[in-house]
Design a protein around this ligand. Structure first.
Ligand SMILES: [Zn+2]
Length: 311
């Protein structure tokens, strides 16, 4: 940092009495995603090392300076204050050109990678944009699929998304990993958190770190799996009124939102071009052109990777 100091991160380790697999739980790659932090803390609080076979390590505030101001991105000093999305930096570079790249490289090379047989990087929606409870997971990788299916949440986004995200840095070095998404940013959604705690305890049992029967899984809640996420982008500025809710099923051609200018005139109407389920919605009522208003999770026979999701 400009002071010449590094950032510390908060590391908690539950080392079992017996050896076994090593799992890593991370949160705070984005600084405004508080339900992800609390999910990891709740799992760690339920662990009893005397009864464990293996190790679970938690890092709850990966992007420390972003958490300090509860904002998504890492503030750095370029030409004035700049903001860097840490989930585009992985695996980082210890000698990289920027502080966030070096921070990512140091964490990944010296803390995360050497201690992981599997990893789960918890997120939420972002400030101004709410999401459902779902997992982002490359379901074509059997070890990843087996974990993602163990969560009693309504949706899975079966997609490798893009390079630079932390869970893909793990996958690229042969460590199965995925990303849960736990509702809205900035708040603790205790109801959703409990679903992800239950799923994560299932994962620890699946790997033999914990003993005991599994809790509820995706099968029990009829999980909807889509391999694509259609972004519906604002074409105008104005106040947004949603006509559907998170998790609703929508048909192709269904109107999902309208937008009014400050005179109250309807300036745009938005329809979904696909059939699927609503997985994310803008929660800030005002929008300018280009902002995502909604994401529709759907299944495409041959996914082209063109769809993007802001995790
Ligand atoms: Zn995030």
């Amino acid at each position: 940092m400009p002071t010449g100091q590094h950032w510390y991160v908060s590391v908690t380790v539950a080392k079992g009495a017996r050896s076994g697999k090593r799992g890593i739980l991370t949160s705070g790659v984005h600084g405004d995603e508080m339900s992800s932090v609390h999910t990891v803390q709740t799992v760690m609080n339920q662990l009893n090392p005397a009864q464990m076979s293996g190790t679970v390590m938690a890092v709850t505030d990966v992007s420390r300076p972003a958490l300090e101001s509860m904002q998504r991105r890492w503030p750095n000093q370029g030409r004035g204050i700049d903001l860097i999305d840490m989930n585009r930096e992985w695996p980082g570079n210890e000698n990289g050109a920027t502080a966030p790249s070096r921070h990512a490289g140091l964490l990944f090379n010296r803390l995360l990678r050497p201690n992981a047989d599997f990893a789960i990087d918890f997120h939420t929606g972002t400030t101004g944009f709410d999401v459902t409870a779902f997992n982002i997971a490359g379901m074509d990788v059997p070890e990843i699929r087996a974990m993602a299916e163990l969560y009693p949440v309504g949706q899975i986004f079966d997609n490798h998304v893009y390079p630079g995200v932390l869970h893909n840095a793990f996958v690229d070095v042969g460590i199965p990993a995925f990303t849960p998404e736990i509702g809205a940013a900035r708040v603790l959604n205790l109801e959703m958190i409990s679903l992800f705690v239950e799923g994560t305890m299932n994962v620890l049992k699946h790997h033999g770190i914990l003993a005991g029967p599994l809790g509820r899984t995706g099968k029990d809640v009829g999980v909807f799996i889509g391999n694509s996420a259609l972004p519906i982008l604002a074409t105008q500025g104005g106040l947004v009124e949603h006509l559907v809710k998170l998790n609703d099923k929508v048909e192709a051609g269904q109107k999902v939102a309208i937008q009014r200018n400050t005179f109250g005139e309807v300036v745009a109407e938005y329809t979904s071009s696909v059939a699927g389920e609503v997985t994310g919605q803008r929660s800030d009522a005002m929008s300018e052109p280009g902002n995502p208003l909604a994401f529709i999770l759907f299944h495409k026979a041959t996914p082209d990777g063109g769809e993007t999701y802001t995790e």
